[in-house]
Design a protein around this ligand. Structure first.
Ligand SMILES: Cc1ncc(COP(=O)(O)O)c(C=O)c1O
Length: 392
C-alpha cells in the first residue's frame, strides 16, 4: 500500500478540465465526433527559422550536457533585446532575466518561492488556474479579487486589510485568458504602487504579449518606472510563435525575485533545455518578422467568430487581444447545461467559465484554435442551438 500523497493535493478545488475530458470521452464512446475549441493549444506550425534552430541545436554535441541554470547567454541576450525593441526597457540579462521551461512552470515556481503556509496569493476572481493552485500546493491560500465585467480588471480596493496583511503576491494577466480583457499602462502603474505600498511581489503574466489587434499595443509592467523593485513579468513563446510544444519562456524583472526563482529552480531541476532556448532565441530575435503573422491569423479567426455572433444577433464586443472569445452563457441554460448541449447537439467543445474561478460563472470560452471557416461553422451551430433550445 502506498502512503497518501500530500493533503494539499486533495484540498485543491476540482479541476474543471478533468470533467470536460470526461464529457469528451463519453461523447467519443457514443461514437460522436466533435470540434474541440476547449483547450488553447495553438494549431499552427512553428515558424521555419525556429524549427531550423531546434534542429541545429539538437545536432550540436556542445549542447548535449546540462544547460546553464539561469539560461544560455544567447537566449538571455535575445530576450533582453526583445524587451528593448518591444517595450523600450533595458534589463541586465545576467541579473534580471531567467529562462523558464514555459511560463506556467515559471509562474508556479515564482509563487511557490514566495507563498508558503499562512501566506496569501492575491488572484483575480477569473484566473488562469496555476495562479491559485501553485500557492495552494505549497500550503498557502489564494484570495480571489473581484474582477467585474465588462473590464475584468481586479478591484484592488476590495481586498480586506487582514488579507493584505498576509498577502505576499499579486497576480495580473493582461491580455487576459480567458476574458480577452486588456489593460493600459495606468492600470499597471496602479498595480506597481499597490505592490510597493503593501510589500507584495507583483507577478504580471504576459503570455499573450504579441496577440493584439486593431492598433492596440500590449503594455509591459516593466515600462512603469521603478517596476523592477517589486515586479516580475513572465513571457512565453507558446502563443506568440506557435511554440507551446517546445516549452520556452522567460521571467524578467526584480533581480531579488529572479534570484529567489533561480534558487527554487536549482533545487528542483536542471534549467531549461538547450534546444528549447535555441528555438526561443531564434523566435525572439525575429519577433518583428514572425509575431505579426501569428497575430493576423488570430485576428481573422476572431473576426469570423464575432461576425457570426453579430449575424445571429448576439450583442458582444470583440476583444482587442488574446486568442479567445469570452461569451455569456445563453439565456435558459446553466453553465454545464450549455457546455453539454454544445457538445451533444452542436458537436462543439467549449470551456465553462467556472473553469477559471468563481468570477467565470455565467460565461464560456471558445479558443480560436481552428481556421476561420471552421470557427464560423461552429459559431453558426452554437447560435442556432441557443436560439432553438435556449430561450426559456
Ligand atoms: C494566461 C496564461 N499564462 C500562461 C500560460 C502558459 O503558457 P506556457 O506555454 O508558456 O507555459 C497560458 C497558457 O495557456 C496562459 O493562458
Amino acid at each position: 500500500m502506498l502512503p497518501r500523497p500530500i493533503a494539499a493535493l486533495d484540498r485543491l478545488p476540482p479541476y474543471v478540465f478533468a470533467e470536460l475530458d470526461r464529457l469528451k470521452a463519453e461523447a467519443r464512446a457514443r461514437g460522436r465526433t466533435y470540434l474541440d475549441l476547449g483547450i488553447g493549444s495553438p494549431d499552427r506550425p512553428m515558424p521555419a527559422p525556429v524549427i531550423e534552430a531546434l534542429q541545429g541545436a539538437a545536432a550540436d554535441v556542445g549542447r548535449h550536457g546540462y544547460p546553464p541554470f539561469r539560461g544560455t547567454p544567447e537566449y538571455l541576450a535575445a530576450a533582453a533585446r526583445y524587451l528593448g525593441d518591444r517595450f523600450g526597457v533595458a534589463l541586465d540579462p545576467s541579473r534580471e532575466l531567467l529562462a523558464v521551461s514555459g511560463s506556467k512552470e515559471g509562474i508556479a515556481q515564482l509563487l511557490q518561492a514566495y507563498c508558503g503556509p499562512g501566506d496569501v496569493a492575491l488572484v483575480p476572481a477569473v484566473y488562469y488556474p496555476v495562479y491559485a493552485r501553485a500557492p495552494m500546493l505549497n500550503g498557502a491560500d489564494a484570495w480571489f479579487i473581484p474582477t467585474p465585467a465588462p473590464a475584468f480588471l481586479p478591484d484592488l480596493d476590495a481586498i480586506p486589510a487582514d488579507v493584505l496583511a498576509r498577502a505576499k503576491a499579486l497576480v495580473v494577466n493582461y491580455p487576459n485568458n480567458p476574458t480577452g480583457a486588456v489593460c493600459d499602462l495606468a492600470f499597471l502603474e496602479r498595480c506597481v504602487a499597490f505592490a510597493r505600498r503593501h510589500g507584495l511581489l507583483l507577478l504580471s503574466d504576459l503570455a499573450y504579449a504579441e496577440l493584439a489587434y486593431d492598433g492596440y499595443r500590449v503594455p509591459s509592467v516593466l515600462q512603469v518606472p521603478g517596476a523592477t523593485d517589486v515586479a516580475v513579468e513572465l513571457y512565453s513563446c507558446s502563443k506568440s510563435f506557435n511554440m507551446a510544444g517546445v516549452r520556452i519562456g522567460f521571467a524578467a524583472g526584480s533581480a531579488e525575485a529572479i534570484d529567489a526563482l533561480a534558487a527554487y529552480r536549482t533545487n528542483v531541476g536542471y534549467g531549461t533545455p538547450w534546444v528549447a532556448q535555441a528555438a526561443g532565441a531564434a523566435a525572439l530575435a525575429r519577433h518583428a518578422e514572425l509575431a505579426p503573422a501569428v497575430a493576423a491569423e488570430y485576428r481573422a479567426r476572431r473576426d469570423a467568430v464575432y461576425g457570426g455572433l453579430a449575424a445571429a444577433g448576439w450583442d458582444v464586443t470583440p476583444p482587442s487581444a488574446s486568442m479567445y472569445a469570452w461569451l455569456p452563457v445563453p439565456e435558459g441554460f446553466d453553465d454545464w447545461g450549455w457546455v453539454r448541449a454544445a457538445l451533444d447537439e452542436a458537436g462543439v467543445v467549449v470551456t465553462p467559465g467556472i473553469a477559471f474561478g468563481p468570477g467565470g460563472a455565467g460565461w464560456f470560452r471558445i479558443s480560436l484554435v481552428q481556421p476561420a471557416p471552421v470557427l464560423a461553422d461552429a459559431v453558426a451551430r452554437l447560435t442556432e442551438l441557443a436560439a432553438r433550445v435556449g430561450v426559456a
